[in-house]
Design a protein around this ligand. Structure first.
Ligand code: IVH
Length: 677
């Protein structure tokens, strides 16, 4: 039976919520957005539309009600914003801006034109700066709008953030909260990316990601990058002098205190002046030294702002009037395929060079096969491309009429079956959009694979850092993973900046790393989807490597907690003869581990026979935790008794939690269990 309209809306709300949350995490937490602002806005608007039509579907934690992404495990201390850092609603065209103006008039029951402040909408990373008694004391990212990450140390390196407020006449307030945007000027952005490309690092997609990433560096701080950031102030949330009555006065005060304030900002009498400002700014856009993506229009009078108030996500007294994405038309000359450091094949359209928004463009990313298929992009096509805040432009659509005029029919495009770097067969796993080269020794991936193999959770090889890996591969000493275990001190000493002592140390680390465990060895191989938990499960279930290599996907999938994508990934990996040969060579070169018998606990593990009961929802299937507990020498039992040592309680633990408390059994949450393991 078909869904009722309410049911299908409910389903769509669920899909949109999940999708928006994923993009929030990519944008705010990982600084790696997958879609442009326009596409993101379309998703958010669809969700808002459905929630407006069906208020019963509006959840308290809907992404329409908040900004940003939850802060989990970012490594920074967090702190609450005393006043939330809100987002802005968008107006995508003139009509939407008029609607904003009319809504304000209606809410305030006024018919005369409003005074607005129009400012450039800076495309960077929003931050809050706290000054106590005039001294810079704390800097926070926006985070989820309520709680941000404490990035004081990084912000204190940004030259345009005053350590001390300049006191133009008056006294500095006891407490001031200044909001603004950290941006990376375009010239610095270009230098940074050229530098990254030289070092074979992935270039940043746009100045905004580069700025956000710089702020959230936690190890190996790149000081020159922090010093090239710029802070531009646009709001005084707390600490306003009492005489203040307008946003414009706030901007002036911020300037007097020593902050950079966008010099383009202007007071506009009524909407027509705002339109004029917008058009002028749009014309100057490509000449500016920072990226902007629209105009922010704010009611100037603070008393009126107060009267209008804010909703949970954005104020009613301000709106972002966005610029249209910059577009141009050109021709696809070829489609190249790049192989990334993780083996992902990325098709790139080679374009007849064209200028878009002040930048010369000759490449456009095509993402993956599905994207090419959906847009039906063929070599020879005339296409519309756009830069939507991103330096790497996208193809919006093809011009079919132009295809009809082509001399010869254009062929649909399919990604190559063989890896363009190593010639090995490429694969595409069920449910994944990416096509990959699964070959362990593919030169495109060798450096990443070596780093992974040397990592803490894998073979944990001391002294095999990024630089050495680079040298080993570039010098030709290492052409495949197993070559690592053929290295000798003399050969290593020939490398630049490698002394006799370091060479000996590395050889000693390699010797130590030969003694490992089966799960660590499986992790070291870098099989897609096989992390710590899965490696433990596979090792425990199969007991040894040989039966795992021999198993097919169906057999692997029979294990509780192993889904079809993982099973296929593992089976494919071992179906590749070159991978099996590599595994054999690693063993010949001395890698060894004790084989645990299948399903049997190691009695002398860290958990020394203690018993566990699992309840509630955990972040991975229970079987996975069971396998890890058993691998560490513990046992997992079904029901609680006085003799149980621990209850591991996930989300919604139910009755067992109460029973454990009654029986005086120790209760662990997942983090505590991890610590124990
Ligand atoms: S005012 C409650 N002014 O845009 C007022 N924000 O999309 C919100 N932004 O979170 C901030 N330029 O990070 C304001 N001139 C400007 C801005 C600006 C850029 C950012 C800010 C905000 C985001 C909302």
């Amino acid at each position: 039976m078909a869904d009722s309209p309410l049911e299908s809306s409910r389903r769509r709300v669920g899909e949109l919520t999940a999708e928006i949350r994923r993009h929030n995490a990519l944008y705010y937490r990982d600084d790696r957005p997958e879609i442009g602002d326009a596409e993101y806005d379309a998703l958010l608007r669809e969700l808002q539309g459905l929630e407006a039509d069906h208020p019963e579907l509006l959840a308290a934690d809907s992404p329409s009600q908040s900004v940003g992404a939850p802060l989990e495990g970012t490594g920074f201390a967090t702190a609450a914003h005393r006043t939330p850092m809100l987002s802005l609603d968008n107006a995508m065209d003139a009509d939407e801006l008029r609607a904003f103006d009319q809504r304000i008039a209606r809410l305030l029951e006024r018919s005369e034109a409003f005074e607005y402040v129009a400012e450039p909408k800076l495309d960077g990373s929003g931050v809050e700066l706290i000054y106590r008694a005039g001294k810079f004391s704390q800097g926070l990212t926006r985070g989820d709008g309520r709680v941000g990450e404490d990035v004081t140390v990084n912000l204190s390196r940004v030259p345009s953030i005053p350590k001390q407020l300049r006191r133009a006449g008056g006294q500095a307030p006891d407490f001031a909260s200044i909001r603004g945007e950290v941006v990376l000027p375009l010239a610095a952005f270009q230098t940074l990316n050229t530098e990254r490309q030289k070092r074979e690092l992935e270039p940043f997609a746009n100045p905004r990601n580069a700025a956000a990433g710089a702020l959230r560096q936690i190890h190996d701080i790149d000081l020159p990058r922090l010093r090239s950031l710029e802070f531009r102030a646009y709001a005084l949330a707390e600490g306003k002098p009492e005489t203040h009555a307008s946003q414009w006065q706030s901007l002036e005060t911020l300037g007097e205190w020593g902050f950079l304030v966008s010099p383009e900002s202007r007071v506009c009498q009524g909407l027509e002046e705002v339109f004029l400002f917008y058009r002028e700014l749009l014309e100057r856009r490509s000449a500016l030294d920072v990226e902007i993506d629209g105009t922010v229009v704010k009611v100037n009078d603070l008393a009126l702002q107060q009267a209008l108030g804010t909703l949970s996500r954005a104020p009613r007294w301000a709106i972002a009037y966005k610029f249209p994405p910059e577009q141009a038309t050109t021709r696809v000359e070829a489609i190249d395929v790049q192989v990334g450091r993780t083996g992902a094949l990325t098709p790139v359209a080679k374009l007849e060079p064209v200028r878009v928004g002040g930048v010369r463009v000759s490449n456009a990313t095509l993402h993956n096969q599905d994207e090419i298929h959906r847009k039906d992009i063929r070599v020879g096509d005339t296409v519309v491309i756009q830069r939507a805040g991103d330096v790497i432009p996208q193809i919006v659509r093809i011009l079919l009429a132009a295809r009809a005029e082509a001399e010869a029919p254009l062929e649909p495009y399919t990604l190559p079956v063989d890896c363009p770097i190593c010639g090995g067969k490429t694969i595409r796993l069920d449910g994944e959009a990416v096509t990959r080269c699964p070959n362990l020794d593919c030169p495109a991936q060798l450096k990443t694979n070596l780093r992974h193999l040397a990592g803490r959770g894998a073979l944990d090889i001391d002294g095999l850092g990024e630089k050495i890996v680079e040298q080993l591969v570039e010098s030709g000493l290492v052409e495949r993973l197993s070559d690592l275990f053929t290295l000798e001190a003399e050969g290593l000493e020939a490398l630049e900046r490698m002394g006799a002592k370091s060479a000996q140390n590395l050889v000693a680390s390699l010797e130590k790393a030969r003694d490992t465990t089966l799960p660590r060895f499986l992790i070291a191989l870098g099989i897609p989807h096989v992390g710590t938990t899965m490696a433990e499960v596979l090792a425990t279930e199969f007991g040894a490597l040989e039966p795992l290599i021999a198993a097919n996907a169906a057999e692997i999938e029979e294990i509780e907690g192993v889904g079809p994508a993982i099973a296929e990934s593992v089976a494919r990996f071992f179906a590749d003869p070159s991978n099996v040969a590599e595994v054999a060579r690693l063993r010949e070169l001395g890698l060894r581990w004790p084989d645990p018998a299948p399903g049997e606990a190691s009695p002398d593990g860290a958990l020394g026979g203690q018993s566990f009961v699992l309840t509630g929802t955990l972040s991975a299937p229970r079987s996975a935790f069971k396998a890890r507990i058993e691998a560490a020498g513990g046992k997992v039992v079904g029901s609680l008794s006085k003799k149980t040592d621990f209850l591991v309680a996930g989300d919604k633990p139910g009755g067992k939690l109460k029973k454990a408390l009654d029986l005086d059994v120790a209760v662990l949450d997942e983090a505590a269990l991890e610590a124990l393991l």
